[in-house]
Design a protein around this ligand. Structure first.
Ligand code: HEM
Length: 641
């Protein structure tokens, strides 16, 4: 039975006019008339109003879990750094971690207050307002006098601490890149928000294409122009090719025995050349063509099945399964579906890879490790993944050779062969094999899926572009029922769509962080050895000085234009460039282009219950890889029906 709702004479705001200036009173009198559980509409937003204790118990106790999300409100969202607070954060991983670190949050609040104290309590009334706000909004947590006493003693402490730290830290040499003002201890961390690529883009508009920020104690160079990117990934590539040592990645990848997170050096050179020459060479990628053709055909069948009788289909799920299945088959020799134990553990692995514990930036908080439970979680996931990979290695060692029956070698086969053949020269250990295979999964699955998801989302939002692409694909296919890989060469518009989508939506907008290994000069600024480096390729590929109509999806711009994403043109580097550039470009593009061609060949798409395609929500998720925040749900009408 649905809760009681009622219509009224103001369809635009529905029930909004009934709230008055004391909504609690108005709602009380409405509930006397219409019942204790009511469904109202504030404009377009359905709102459940619960008035009796019984309903409150149901919502806040019995069904607490599913009622714990917060609606996303634009003003608190903006004021609380894209909901990075506790009160307005949506229910999920971030909120849980934030709550777990309650005491750390309190400390940060304290530090921010102390900063106001030191930097300008006598200069600006803002600091006073801030104290009043804290003490009034949390009266139970601390009384005003108590709070001020703590602040005062803390401020004296931090004032001397700051003086001491400044006197002990090396004096900056030369001309440093511009830096936004920072807070003690946390530096510029509070300026990152939940979409760092966007926050850094707006900071770079104020401070320039090369900025020096501080994440806690860690100096971070942010590059936001094509010129700066070229300097880092081409002209001075050698000294910018190290990776910072991140504790979680290091544990999960067998002490950095992988490629992506390995420090620049002999081990990285060996693993990378195995990847480039043996796993991801053009010839090898070509050899997996039948896997791609089979899996994309299965994807089409699946959409037909799920979308029968015009039922909406979760296209994001279907595309995620596709990339997962292709990489499972190519890397491990068979599929491990989304419901399997491996996939579940691997999903947690992905979440953990995106976490940087606060103490890595602020070493004096390393005591929080004992309480936040992160180390245990990482340990558990590392062990489960290792157990799984160990069993895959054993399975491969005992089974019949695949090439004898004409089957393709998978990555594990190739790596085991390499291990046997090079046992005396450059031996590779089992842990290195496991780390590389895991890297292929980690670096390849989510990114390839994300690129495909954004391309489909943009096509659905832009029906004209979709029509042009469908015409091209359907013309090349002619009377054939299937699209094959050789057909893709005759589809320049499809390739332009892929480029334009990667321009607007770089799946990894800040690349993987680099680290500088010797003092240098970039665009006239001095940068010290050990500085971490982030390149905001997302901002560069929307730079209005490089791109006309940078915010619009216009694949036509790439027709007859030589700019490509393979690392030669620094206006567009979604895969990075130079020594650390992505070695999986050919692999990823082969899967995405074929999938895209088959999707638009076989189906016409529309949004369920929404006539206007432009209304498709294109909000972004947060994390290292930026997905669509909400899955792509569509009605897919098969062409042959
Ligand atoms: C659309 C899909 C993909 C995108 C957007 C992408 C993007 C990237 C980016 C931005 C980097 C870091 C570059 C840097 O730090 O400068 C990277 C590195 C890497 N990618 Fe990809 N990637 C994709 C697909 C793949 C695939 C399919 C594989 C393998 C199967 C792969 C394997 C790797 C590896 C091993 C690295 C580390 C390279 C190193 O540190 O030497 N990627 N990728």
């Amino acid at each position: 039975m649905a809760p009681q709702s009622f219509s009224n004479k103001a369809p635009a705001n529905r029930n909004l006019h009934q709230l008055g200036s004391s909504p609690h009173r108005s709602l009380q009198s409405l509930s006397c008339r219409h019942g204790s559980l009511m469904l109202l509409h504030f404009g377009k937003v359905p709102v459940l109003i619960a008035s009796p204790a019984e309903a409150a118990r149901e919502i806040m106790k019995k069904q607490d879990l599913i009622f714990s999300n917060r609606p996303q409100l634009s003003i608190p969202g903006r004021l609380f750094y894209n909901n990075r607070d506790m009160a307005f954060a949506p229910y999920g991983e971030y909120w849980r971690v934030a709550l777990g670190k309650k005491c750390v949050d309190f400390l940060i609040t304290l530090l921010i207050s102390v900063d106001f104290l030191i930097e300008g309590i006598y200069k600006t009334p803002f600091a006073i307002c801030f104290f009043l706000h804290i003490s009034l909004s949390k009266p139970k947590m601390v009384s005003l006098s108590h709070f001020l006493a703590v602040l005062l003693s803390a401020s004296v402490f931090f004032f001397f601490l700051q003086k001491w730290l400044r006197s002990n830290s090396p004096k900056p040499r030369g001309r440093l890149p511009p830096s936004p003002p920072r807070l003690p201890l946390i530096g510029n961390l509070h300026q990152l928000g939940s979409a760092p690529h966007r926050s850094l883009q707006s900071l770079s508009r104020r401070y320039g294409p090369l900025m020096l920020l501080h994440f806690g104690k860690v100096p971070v160079l942010i590059a936001s122009s094509a010129e700066a990117a070229r300097e880092i990934m081409k002209n001075q590539d050698l000294i910018f090719s190290n990776r910072p040592q991140l504790s979680i990645a290091s544990r999960l990848f067998y002490n950095n025995r992988d490629v992506a997170f390995a420090p620049y050096g002999e081990h990285w050179r060996q693993s990378r050349s195995i990847c480039v020459l043996h796993l991801l060479s053009s010839k090898r990628v070509q050899s997996y063509r039948c896997v791609r053709e089979e899996e994309t055909s299965l994807m089409v069948d699946k959409i037909r099945r799920l979308g029968a009788s015009s039922k909406p289909v979760n296209l994001s799920d279907v595309m995620a399964s596709l990339t997962n299945d292709v990489i499972s088959r190519v890397a491990l020799g068979r599929k491990y579906g989304l419901g399997s134990e491996f996939r579940k553990t691997f999903a947690e692995f992905g979440v953990l890879l995106g976490v940087v514990p606060l103490w890595e930036y602020i070493p004096c908080l390393s005591w929080t490790r004992r309480f936040d439970g992160l180390d245990k979680r990482v340990e558990r996931v590392a062990k489960e993944i290792d157990k799984f990979l160990e069993s895959v290695l054993q399975e491969h060692r005992v089974r019949e050779r695949r090439e004898d029956d004409g089957g393709e070698l998978d990555f594990v086969d190739i790596l085991l062969d390499f291990q046997r053949e090079n046992a005396s020269l450059t031996p590779i250990e089992d842990d290195t094999i496991k780390a590389i295979v895991l890297n292929m999964f980690g670096a390849g699955t989510d990114t390839t899926f994300t690129a495909l998801e954004w391309a489909m989302a943009e096509l659905i939002r832009n029906p004209e572009t979709m029509k042009t692409l469908q015409n091209e694909v359907r013309e090349v296919a002619g009377s054939k029922d299937e699209i094959y890989e050789q057909d893709l060469e005759k589809m320049p518009y499809l390739k332009a769509v892929m480029k334009e989508s990667l321009r607007l939506h770089s799946p990894i907008p800040l690349l993987v962080p680099h680290e500088l290994t010797q003092d240098t000069r970039v665009l006239g600024y001095d940068v010290a050895s050990g500085t971490r480096v982030m390149i905001n390729v997302w901002a560069i590929s929307r730079d209005p000085s490089l791109w006309k109509y940078p915010e619009e999806f216009r694949p036509e711009r790439f027709l007859g234009m030589s700019i490509d994403f393979r690392g030669l043109h620094f206006e567009l580097t979604p895969f990075g460039a130079g020594r650390r550039g992505c070695p999986g470009i050919t692999f990823a593009v082969a899967v995405d282009e074929l999938a895209l061609a088959k999707l638009v060949h076989k189906f016409d798409f529309r949004l369920p219950n929404r006539p206007k395609m432009k209304e498709l929500d294109v909000s972004e998720s947060s994390g290292i890889t930026i997905h669509k925040k909400f899955p792509l749900i569509v009605v897919a009408a098969p062409l042959d029906c």
